[in-house]
Design a binder for this molecule. Sequence first.
Ligand SMILES: [Fe+2]
Ligand SMILES: [Fe+2]
Length: 178
Amino acid sequence: MQARGPLMIEHRLIERMIGVIKDAIKQIEKTNQVDPVFIDTAVDFIRMYADRTHHGKEEDILFRDLKKKPMSADDRRLMDELIADHVFGRQNTKELIDANTRYRNGDKSALPIIVSTLSTLVDFYPKHIQKEDKVFFPAFRAYLTEGEDQEMLEEFLEFDRKMIHEKYLRVVESYEKQ
Ligand SMILES: [Fe+2]
Ligand SMILES: [Fe+2]
């Protein structure tokens, strides 16, 4: 498998979650209410899977290594755009979390913000995946030797190996702080 393999497999699961969120938006609009626990679950998926596990490999390993390579101006611009998308996604998630907290505490005026932040996610994220799958991933392969690509794949798998431990360490630490 090439290094981009796990990243593309993760894209497919993220797309499925986007589908789940799309259905949830329709349901929220129809019933004018939301289950805050569903939002917690969606946020956990976005933060732990899409951001920490997936963007973590892109930013901490792939982009880190590519920054050392003599990339074309177009590829470098695209990489900066992908990084900016990740930052934008984090900001959007923060707004979703804040709105969900307000909603849970009885503030119904937070519902439109929940809908708009979820809609922002389902609108922008498939485009982000498209840019990576169709343009950036095929382009980056040209900057790596076969050996470098396989080393990167190994590092991706090692990164994943630690993730479940990191997640539950965070759970315990968050309760210990309370
Ligand atoms: Fe990305
Ligand atoms: Fe990605």
